[in-house]
Write a protein that binds this ligand. Sequence first.
Ligand SMILES: [Zn+2]
Ligand SMILES: [Zn+2]
Length: 260
Amino acid sequence: MRLTFLGSGGAFSDYRVNYHNNAFIETDEGLVLIDCGTTAVQSLKELGYHPRDVRAVLFTHLHGDHASPEQLMWERFYGPDADGQPGFASTTLCAPSDILDPLRRSLRPFMDIFTDRTGTIREGGVETLVDPLPTMQTELAGLQVRFFRVPHVAGATVDKAAYGIELSDGRNRILWSGDTTLSPDWVNRAATDSSVTRIFHECSFLAPYRGTVHSHWSELSELPDETLARITLMHHTVVPPDVDLSRTVGAAARHELFEL
Ligand SMILES: [Zn+2]
Ligand SMILES: [Zn+2]
């Protein structure tokens, strides 16, 4: 499995430092993106890819650093194909229904009135440009994809829809935490599962703001050594110079390729 980070930054990243925490896996059918924030297209282009190279986008949750696919979709539709002509390609958007349905509704004011391939201005842009794949579990471009619920912006009475993703290509299985508060149960269980190749887990090094949104390094560092030894940190933007990550596999960097 070849997984490349488009960025490993949080929502408030300075784009000169790091891009949003999005990634892609290379498949025979094209790139499968894990989230698509506002910096995804720029990052793809810096790596020599075009939005048309994307086979599908998986979404973990509805925050701007993860679910802003509008530019990607327009460029796939109107951007030139190999012959220099608009490709008019729709985009496969894949997520559980409680992510995908509101995402499609949110795109409507931006994308519904559009110019179709005949040059006619009409309604129906969202239906034309989106190829929706609402699912908790599917096979996509040779990957087994399973979403699992995680707590992110979770309080006593309300709980934002947010998911981690398990991905397998038949040889390697990875777990991608998405944005989440630390849930040691599934993380420790995954770490003792020999079929799991790597856990990519979000981590914040900012001043602790515990318990409701993200996983802080002060919490992650209390996990057992054997768990940390399976974890690559992400969504951190910058690792402070005085932090020792030697018990982990390290922290992902923008444009870093993981060959698993
Ligand atoms: Zn985020
Ligand atoms: Zn988030």
